[in-house]
Write a protein that binds this ligand. Sequence first.
Ligand SMILES: [Zn+2]
Length: 439
Amino acid sequence: MQRILSTVFSFALILTLSCGKASTSIGRPNVILIIIDTLRADHLSCYGYQREISPSLDSLAATGTRWENCQAQAPWTLPSTASIFTGLNARQHGSGRRLDGDHRLHSEVPVIPTIFSDAGYRTCGIFNVVLLNENHGFARGFDYYSCDDLGARRAAISVDEFLRWLESGSDERPFLAVLHFFDVHEPYDPPSPYDKLYFPDDTLEVSYWEITESGWIAHPEHLEHFLSRYDGGITWVDTQLGRLFSELRFRGYEDNTIIMVTADHGEEFLEWGWVGHGGHLYQELVHVPLMVSGPGIPSGEVITETAALFDILPTLISICSIEDTFHFEGVDLFSSDGRNPRAIPSSQLSYRGQMFGETPLAAVVYGRMKGLVTRKVGIDSYYMFDLLNDPHEQAPLESDSLMTELLDYYRATPMLWDPPGVHDLDSSSTRALEDLGYI
Ligand SMILES: [Zn+2]
């Protein structure tokens, strides 16, 4: 047991190990990391979705490597994206513990843009939600950074902005770009004709959930409408990514650019009583897509071993031959570590923690089994699901001693980087948080 625990949650005393400026970055590949907010894996055709809605991403996956089972580290944007940025699990980086207080990224934790910048890359970050803005610590390390706090900037605008930045550089350094798209997120409002692509009845008024005394509810009769507009948003983003990929080929970047695509979390559509995300740790929310394509990446490979969002950073720096002098919870997915069974943890931290009176405290996927611990009226309950036979988590099993110990071990994980508060959030950020329903 101890060996397993030390293997899966190794967080011995950590020191910040700075990465010196690389002597040369010439010859290293460019990297584009694409994060599609709220995109659940099972709504992509390459993950078996019945609708053919994502030809560009399906094609990218076919030419590269796709992970069948990637787990997000949290069911909402801030802590999950922080895990992508830091290579740490949500308890270790601590970002997102409280929406009204301590939750921004620590100002010294090594993150993707600082690591690549120190290695000689020029860096570009384009984001589209307030939780990933400069006040939350996500601009550090980017030479060029922009964020639309309200998520209103369409994918086409973000792609154009990136292409303009791409042509603005005059040196020979490789680039890192992190592109975050918000178009799939509620209110499921893709531009025409994508809004009616899969549900042409335009006489039906969209009826979103409403808040009542008993909590948030949705209207089941409108589920098909929700799903059609959600899927339309996926096709809209996929179309823009297809345009981006074509432009990269046309401009000669195809042979020296790594493209990785993932999502920060998924979305529920009444599987557990409501529509949205943040309130649970079920697979609808934490099973996310992960694919990578580019020079040296195995083509057409599908990997079934469980991967995690915190594996993205160690995998990318390995691909780019950047020396790994950092502490990561994640591993290089192309190394033997990425093929060995590991416990992959997720937690909700703070957001909507009291949904339906039950708080999901932590989840751990280990092989085909998934453990879950929840708290209701002060009592913790441990469950276990066999994801192979019960992928929709309908038949909870009694947690065995190994899973219980893994869950407790994760819950006891100390924070490595104490996130500073955000009490100095400017008024526009606070308004954006309110408009998006976060506070
Ligand atoms: Zn999100």
